[in-house]
Design a binder for this molecule. Structure first.
Ligand code: NAI
Ligand code: CS2
Length: 491
């Protein structure tokens, strides 16, 4: 069976939208760090739109900082891949041509630094996951005991971390009398631009204070809010595409119609005249807070409660009326903590979120969302809880989401089926929890984790009691019964 590539592009079915521009004329204006599914379904599509609109400066040179898998999927395809936009039984297929090259940083770090320092590179985007910034989730300080960051503190001759690559390249650009690039975090972190900026400047300070000052003065690290549900591609997705279209595409991604990219208007060089789906604005925080606390807060609670109940996908969790009622209660609590943008109708946004979660064509796995909870819960649930507790308000639903995450650390669901706790702190948390003999002790252990739990909650005995009650119920009765007790509706 033929494989998608420049040579087979013209053989694609007419129904598949393909690049309208000449890829040979495209200049590589973007470097992306963390070439994963989300970049391919979100930022790369926006840059592809800019190319299709005639601005050929916005080709992408992508980098994996860790492994060759995506490079090996994409480069035999000349960087081409399909995005499958699924909504129920409908699917729209588009071939994306914006990714020109994929490098694997550990194979040739100098080549990645050279790409970043190249005069053609105006924008660096990144999706390196919440843990890729090497910052303490609660305090925001550099994780200097992280072995990879320690290596970049010792030497930037062969960087290994995202901040390390940016500092090494910015040093070259400064030495050459060039402007910096605009560095855009596209990870689900509050104040993601500020966090990236602080990681880069803190690392630069370790090497050359004058460089750190130059980056602080000349650099640009816009805040962003990014939103498109992009489940990991499965082997079945690839096989189904090949069977349906007579063409293999090992790099395809699947996603939903909804897409949103809110970017702070802070650039130190050229940027595309972005099309629909991209908002350039002065105020990103209200958008980011609403999305992280409503979409992502619900997502994580659904992932742990659904995963504990042995339910594999998001839409299947919400087929249970008590789970839907629980999500609405969580949103009732979270909504009071928001300062939403004037343009955002929260009631409509909640209805739209539930419809997006109900999109069964995505087959979004609860286990995928459950990963990295120690890096996600601070901004998705704990900040919301801290806000309500400071106002003396209840957090019954929000705290059940946190209790479910604690229960998830046991590595077994309500039916005795084991699961991997995929989290950078999994081993440390498991050791701490194993020393406890009851729910109260397990809750105390988690609340004492300063890297995860904000100080205001660590000494909140009412919150600790609420968490303990939920955790005890989850351990004795299971997730579904616990949710039904909170949200008693017809099952
Ligand atoms: P993915 O698993 O397809 O790709 C993750 C990328 O991050 C890979 O390139 C991996 O090598 C890299 N990475 C992981 N840990 C790293 C580390 N410690 N240092 C450097 N690179 C590291 O995941 P996907 O779906 O692309 O998501 C990536 C990020 O994008 C998420 O963590 C989130 O912050 C953001 N995002 C994802 C959405 C989605 O629905 N998938 C939607 C909105 C945001
Ligand atoms: C999900 C997000 O995996 C997860 O943690 O909650 O990736 C979610 O799909 C996106 O934030 C949606 O924009």
């Amino acid at each position: 069976m033929p494989r998608l590539s420049s040579a087979t592009l013209d053989a694609l079915p007419a129904a598949v939208a393909r690049p309208s521009y000449d890829r040979a004329q495209v200049k590589p204006g973007v470097v992306h760090l963390g070439i994963g599914a989300f970049h391919r379904a979100h930022q790369a599509v926006m840059f592809d739109d800019a190319l299709s609109a005639g601005d050929l400066r916005w080709g992408i040179r992508a980098v994996s900082l860790r492994s060759p898998g995506v490079r090996d999927q994409m480069m035999p395809q000349n960087g081409l891949y399909h995005i499958l936009v699924r909504d129920g039984s409908d699917v729209a297929i588009r071939t994306i041509g914006a990714v020109l090259d994929v490098k694997v940083a550990p194979e040739d770090p100098a080549a990645v630094v050279a790409m970043l320092a190249d005069a053609d590179t105006h924008i660096v985007t990144m999706t390196v996951t919440e843990k890729g910034y090497k910052l303490d989730p609660a305090s925001g300080a550099l994780l200097t005991d992280d072995p990879q960051l320690a290596a970049d503190i010792a030497s930037l001759d062969a960087p290994v971390t995202a901040p390390g690559f940016l500092v090494a390249a910015l040093a070259i650009r400064r030495a050459r009398g060039m402007a910096p690039f605009t560095a855009i975090s596209c990870d689900n972190l509050p104040s993601n631009g500020h966090r990236l900026r602080s990681a880069v400047i803190a690392l630069a300070q370790r090497h050359d204070p004058a460089l750190a000052e130059w980056i602080a003065r000349k650099g640009a690290f816009p805040e962003t809010m990014v939103d498109r549900i992009v489940p990991a591609t499965t082997a079945d997705d690839v096989a189904a595409f090949a069977s349906d279209h007579g063409l293999t595409d090992d790099a395809l991604v699947k996603t939903e119609p909804f897409t949103q990219w809110v970017i702070e208007d802070r650039f130190c060089g050229p940027r595309p005249d972005f099309g629909p789906g991209v908002q350039i604005t002065a105020a990103v925080a209200p958008w980011e807070e609403a999305k992280l606390r409503l979409l992502n807060g619900a997502h994580s609670a659904i992932a742990y409660l659904g995963g504990l109940a042995g339910i594999a996908h998001v839409h299947e969790v919400l087929e249970h009326a008590p789970m839907r009622a629980f999500v609405e209660r969580l949103w009732d609590e979270a909504e009071t903590t928001l300062s939403p943008p004037a343009e955002l109708n929260v009631a409509h946004y909640r209805r739209e979120l539930m419809a997006r979660f109900d999109n069964g064509a995505l087959m979004h796995r609860t286990h995928q969302i459950a990963m990295d909870g120690s890096q996600k819960l601070p901004q998705r649930l704990l900040a919301t809880i801290a806000h309500r507790r400071a106002a003396g308000q209840g957090v019954d639903a929000l705290s059940l989401g946190v209790a479910a995450w604690i229960r998830w650390q046991a590595g077994v669901n309500d039916h005795g089926v084991s699961h991997v706790v995929d989290d950078p702190l999994a081993d440390r948390l498991a050791q701490l929890l194993a020393t406890q003999t009851d729910a109260a002790g397990r809750v105390r252990t988690i609340l004492d984790c300063e890297a995860i739990v904000p100080a205001s909650l660590r000494d909140d005995s009412a919150f600790a009691d609420m968490l303990t009650g939920h955790l005890d119920s989850l351990e004795r009765k299971g997730a579904m019964a616990t949710v039904m007790a909170m949200a008693p509706v017809a099952a």
